[in-house]
Design a protein. Structure first.
Length: 558
């Protein structure tokens, strides 16, 4: 009752803090003056509306510009605009609406004028039934690609593409979370915000040990996509943008997502950039001046969409003394089941040119909701720990959440294994995930880990009392594993119902299946198959049936 009362108070217009009346200046233009009296201005959002562009002016100077779907006749949720940070007693909101007045009605009647309010706090309590219990997600707002991940001084840093002013894609900045165990994440202040060069798109961070600093590279997305640099001297908590930005430019329309790393074999830094439907490789001695080395990928892999979010690393081949390089290439669209997905290439890299040893297209994860996969720089013990964005561009903006959208996959350790003379990527849940495993139980809880020991072909069915079900099938003869979510809740998108199928390299003896509020991640315990799919059951799955194997259900301790 106390929580409900607190929420009710937060959501009420605060006495004595009424906004001055708005001034309607044209068919789609208005201004609103605000006397700054609290930390936040809470902006009411209605997702079905078009964006309104808000220019925030202090002392006749623009201090911020943002796009927000301001409420016309219904408030879906609120987003906070930090107005205290501008250091002004009076602000002017210069607002341009982009919706069609034939449908929105008269601007003077818009609900947003009555619902804008100031508050000392912003409530980020988790009240949504589909918010993950043990996966990273933003406190509020939209999230997509993981960015700039690194490990330093016992702390993992995860930056991410973030819209703090709505739960659909817009206003790209780098959000920031930190963790000491890859499971429990603490939200940090926004790391890198838009500037005159453009919005802040995806990129990477490197730990520059020689100069005791963290260096971020990101795409500035303005009139063109160019690469910029920022430096942190406090371990990644704050960044100062390089005065000489941009550090790399191109005539190409799609030129983005820089992934930099130290290459000890050539004693230089390398960078891989996604350029249209290929990857460009650069080298540098000082992280500021970059030399083009080569391009890769024109005739290899899937080319049904734009290549994005590259990564390049050297890995040990399991059970051998061999090492090989793997180049990660995320693509949208073009995934094996529609939309976005992560492909990879195995081969050799000499610091200048990457050479692939195979001609077939290979996917790192055969689910529909695994994209923008990248690894942490400077991970301990030489590990290559990856996170993915757990969604798909076909429906990411429409999934049934409001306060937030999207989560990251569980952390995964990447490696290599051999099968019938070919080398493939192995994917296993990172060892930190083991700490989530609680006691074994008889009944299926809403969140859990299933460990299924297989005897051959098997079927695993999760269901609830209203008939929704998800079916996973291991076909030992066909050497495949599949997940069928066609009988789950999916009214928000025709692209959501699907059956995803993965090849199996050898026999699966044990499956590890992680169930959260809105996701199912299935792994071959030996790392030879991974499959990540979102699910949005109308009520949690509470019944488990297994044919062809024995399942142990473990509670999640978080």
């Amino acid at each position: 009752m106390k929580k409900l009362l607190t929420l009710a108070i937060l959501m009420m217009p605060l006495a004595g803090l009424q906004m001055q009346a708005q001034k309607i200046l044209g068919k789609n233009h208005a201004m609103k003056s605000i006397a700054v009296e609290q930390h936040y201005l809470l902006l009411p959002v209605q997702e079905r509306e078009e964006n309104a562009t808000i220019s925030v002016l202090a002392n006749n100077q623009q201090v911020q510009e943002l796009n927000v779907k301001l409420a016309v006749d219904q408030v879906d949720y609120y987003v906070p605009l930090d107005i205290e940070r501008f250091g002004a007693k009076q602000l002017l909101l210069d607002i341009t609406f982009h919706g069609d007045r034939r449908f929105t009605g008269a601007m003077k009647d818009f609900l947003c004028w009555r619902e804008m309010k100031q508050s000392a706090t912003f409530d980020t309590a988790n009240r949504e039934r589909f918010r993950p219990a043990y996966h990273h997600s933003p406190r509020y707002g939209w999230m997509n690609d993981p960015n700039g991940m690194f490990y330093k001084d016992g702390v993992y840093h995860l930056y991410y593409q973030w819209n703090p002013y709505g739960s659909q894609w817009e206003n790209m900045t780098w959000g920031h979370s930190t963790s000491r165990d890859l499971i429990h994440w603490e939200a940090q202040p926004t790391a890198i915000e838009a500037d005159a060069l453009g919005s802040i798109f995806s990129g990477s961070c490197v730990v520059d040990k020689k100069n005791d600093r963290v260096v971020a590279f990101y795409t500035s997305a303005g009139k063109s996509q160019v690469q910029s640099m920022a430096v942190s001297k406090d371990g990644g908590m704050t960044f100062e943008k390089y005065a000489g930005n941009p550090v790399l430019v191109s005539k190409e329309e799609d030129f983005r997502d820089p992934k930099a790393f130290w290459n000890s074999e050539i004693q230089k830094w390398n960078m891989v950039l996604a350029v249209g439907q290929e990857m460009h490789i650069y080298s540098s001695s000082n992280l500021q001046d970059w030399t083009y080395e080569s391009s890769f990928g024109k005739e290899l892999g899937c080319h049904d969409g734009v290549w994005e979010c590259p990564d390049l690393m050297k890995l040990q081949v399991r059970g051998t003394d061999k090492q090989k390089w793997m180049l990660i290439c995320n693509i949208n669209p073009g995934g094996p089941f529609g939309g976005s997905a992560t492909q990879y290439f195995i081969g050799d890299f000499d610091g200048h040119k990457f050479t692939c040893e195979h001609t077939d297209t290979r996917w790192m994860d055969y689910g529909k909701d695994h994209y923008a996969t990248v690894t942490f720089d400077n991970a301990p013990d030489g590990r290559h720990i990856a996170l993915a964005w757990m969604s798909n561009w076909q429906y990411a903006n429409q999934v049934p959440t409001k306060q937030f959208r999207s989560a990251n996959s569980l952390p995964r350790d990447l490696g290599l294994f051999e099968y019938k003379g070919q080398t493939y990527c192995s994917v296993t849940p990172s060892k930190e995930v083991d700490a989530l495993r609680g006691k074994a139980v008889k009944k299926l809880p809403g969140t859990c880990e299933l460990v299924v020991d297989l005897q051959g072909t098997a079927e695993i069915v999760l269901s609830n009392s209203i008939g929704e079900q998800l079916v996973m099938t291991y076909d030992a003869a066909a050497h495949t594993f599949s997940t069928d979510r066609t009988r789950t809740y999916a009214s928000f998108s025709e692209a959501f119902p699907c059956k995803t199928t993965a090849p199996v390299y050898g026999n699966i003896r044990q499956l590890r299946i992680f169930i959260d509020k809105s996701s199912i991640e299935a792994f071959d315990a030996d790392g030879k198959m991974a499959m990540t799919n979102l699910v949005f059951p109308s009520e949690p799955y509470n019944t488990l049936k297994v044919k062809g194997g024995k399942a142990t259900i473990y509670e999640i301790e978080n």
